[in-house]
Design a protein around this ligand. Structure first.
Ligand code: SF4
Ligand code: FES
Length: 445
C-alpha cells in the first residue's frame, strides 16, 4: 500500500500444513534477509524482491532452502466477504456468544480500556480480542448475561450496532502520534462520519471508510470502498489539512485498488457535502445500473400482450433513469399493478457467483445464478438486515457480508442459526428473460 503503490499479494502456490508453517515463514524471512533490496529505505520491502525475481524464482529458492518439493496450494478456500464481528455472533459452544463492539477509529482511553477489561471479567472469561477493523470482541459471554451486558454504559459509547459510517471506519495514527503524518486522521474521520450519519441517515449500507495520514497508506485507504489520504493545501496563504479521495477499493481474493477521483479537498465544513454527494451518486448508479439496462434492453413489444403487461409492471416500479428520482421516493409514489409476476432482467445480464440488487414492485431482492438456476430472495439478511446481494456465494450458500451468517441458496435456510431463514421467490426463464412471481412466496421454503 505504501512505496510501490497498491499491489495485491501474489499467490506462492504452496500447501503448508500447520506444523510446517513457522519453518516456511522463517525461510521466507531469511530469503529476504539475504537478497532483499537495501539501496534505499523506500525499497526495503519483500514486495520489491518479488517484483525483481518473480514469484516462480521465490518458490524455487524456498524449495531449495526447505530441501523438498513444495506441494501446490490446491483449491482456494478463502472467502471474499469479510465479517466485521460486530454485534452478537453465536460461538461454536451453543450457550456462548461473542459480542463485537465498535471502537470508533480504534481510539480508546485508559478508563475505557479498564472498563472493558472489567466487562470481560464480569460477563466473559477475561478475554478481549481485537479486530482488523480497529474494534473489540468480548468472547465467551453466556446467553443469559447478554441482556445485562447490552445495558452497560460502555456499550453506549462502543456500540455493538453502530451507524453505517462508523461500522467499518478505520483511521491510521495520524498527526497525533506519527511524525510522518500530514493531517490529523482520527479527528477528521470522526467528524466526517458524524456528518454523514446526519446527512444520509442510518439506512445507508455500511461501507469501508479508511483514512491514511500520508502516502505510506497505513490506514489502507486504497483497500476501502471510500478511501481518504491526507495531504496539505493552502487557503488564503494558510496551510490546512486536506485529503485525496478514492472509491471502489476492496481486499480479499479479488482485491481491487480504490481509484482516486478527487485530489486536495480541504478538511473543512464542505468535506461532508462533497463525500455525501459521491456516496449518493455511487449508490444511485449501483441501484439503477442494472434496471436501466433492463429497461433499455426490453422495450415494450406491442404484439406480445403478456410481455407488455409485465414490462409495464416493471417500469412503474423500477428505479432506473426514467424515473429521475431516488429509489425510495420513486417506489413510494407509484401505484402497483395487480399482476404478481414481473420480468427481472435478461439471463445474460446475470453473472454466476455474484449477487445483484434489484427492485421489483417495490420489493428489494438479492438475485443470484447458481448452476444455471436463477435464485431470488429478500435482499435483507434476517439476522440484522445486512445486504445479502453484497455477500459471497460459497458452497451453495450466500454468506452475509455483515456477520458471515450462511443461507442455503436453494432453501433459504440459515446454516449458522437454524431459527433464521430468508424468503425466496420462484423464478422462471422465458426466451432468455428472467421472470419472478412475488405472490407465491413460500414455494421453495
Ligand atoms: S499513513 Fe502516514 S500518517 Fe498514517 S500512520 Fe502511516 S506513516 Fe503515519
Ligand atoms: S449475518 Fe448479521 S446481518 Fe446478516
Amino acid at each position: 500500500m505504501g512505496s510501490g503503490g497498491f499491489t495485491p499479494a501474489a499467490a506462492l502456490n504452496v500447501f503448508v500444513e500447520a506444523y510446517e508453517a513457522a519453518r516456511t515463514v522463517a525461510e521466507l524471512i531469511r530469503i529476504y534477509r539475504d537478497y532483499g533490496p537495501r539501496d534505499t529505505r523506500t525499497r526495503c520491502r519483500l514486495a520489491f524482491l518479488i517484483e525483481e525475481w518473480g514469484i516462480d524464482r521465490l518458490r524455487q529458492e524456498l524449495a531449495a532452502r526447505l530441501r523438498r518439493e513444495l506441494e501446490p496450494a490446491g483449491r482456494d478456500m478463502r472467502r471474499s466477504g469479510h465479517a466485521d464481528h460486530l454485534g452478537l455472533s453465536p460461538q461454536k459452544q451453543p450457550e456462548l456468544t461473542a459480542v463485537g463492539l465498535c471502537v470508533p477509529t480504534g481510539r480508546i482511553g485508559p478508563e475505557q480500556i479498564a472498563e472493558l477489561a472489567d466487562l470481560s471479567d464480569t460477563y466473559g472469561n477475561g478475554q478481549v480480542r481485537c479486530t482488523t477493523g480497529q474494534n473489540v470482541i468480548l468472547v465467551n459471554v453466556p446467553k443469559h448475561r447478554i441482556e445485562a451486558l447490552l445495558k452497560e454504559p460502555l456499550l453506549q459509547q462502543f456500540s455493538p450496532n453502530p451507524s453505517p459510517f462508523f461500522r467499518k471506519l478505520v483511521a491510521c495514527t495520524g498527526a497525533d502520534y506519527c511524525n510522518l503524518a500530514l493531517i490529523e486522521t482520527k479527528r477528521h474521520a470522526m467528524e466526517l462520519s458524524r456528518a454523514l450519519d446526519q446527512r444520509l441517515g442510518k439506512d445507508f449500507a455500511p461501507m469501508t471508510i479508511h483514512w491514511s495520514g500520508c502516502t505510506a497508506g497505513c490506514g489502507n485507504h486504497q483497500a476501502a470502498e471510500l478511501g481518504l489520504r491526507g495531504c496539505r493545501t493552502s487557503i488564503a496563504g494558510k496551510a490546512v489539512d486536506a485529503v485525496a479521495i478514492y472509491v471502489g477499493g476492496r481486499t480479499g481474493p479479488n482485491a481491487v485498488a480504490g481509484e482516486q477521483i478527487l485530489d486536495t479537498v480541504p478538511c473543512d465544513e464542505a468535506l461532508p457535502s462533497v463525500v455525501a454527494g459521491i456516496l449518493q451518486q455511487r449508490a444511485l448508479i449501483k441501484n439503477s445500473r442494472l434496471q436501466s439496462a433492463v429497461c433499455a434492453a426490453s422495450s415494450i413489444q406491442p404484439e406480445s400482450f403478456s410481455r407488455k403487461q409485465h414490462a409495464e409492471a416493471r417500469f412503474t416500479s423500477a428505479t432506473g433513469r426514467r424515473d429521475r428520482q431516488p429509489p425510495r421516493t420513486a417506489a413510494a409514489s407509484i401505484s402497483l399493478p395487480k399482476t404478481t409476476k414481473a420480468m427481472l432482467c435478461r439471463l445474460d445480464e446475470l453473472s454466476s457467483g455474484t449477487g445483484q440488487k434489484m427492485t421489483v414492485m417495490g420489493k428489494t431482492l438479492a438475485v443470484f445464478v447458481m448452476e444455471g438456476q436463477v435464485i431470488a430472495m429478500d435482499a435483507e439478511c434476517p439476522h440484522e438486515g445486512g445486504p445479502l446481494y453484497e455477500g459471497t456465494v460459497e458452497r451453495g450458500c450466500i454468506v452475509c457480508p455483515w456477520h458471515g451468517y450462511e443461507f442455503e441458496l436453494h432453501t433459504g435456510r440459515c446454516d449458522t442459526d437454524p431459527n433464521l431463514s430468508v424468503r425466496r421467490y420462484p423464478t422462471f426463464i422465458e426466451e432468455g428473460d428472467v421472470w419472478i412471481d412475488l405472490k407465491d412466496e413460500s414455494i421453495h421454503r
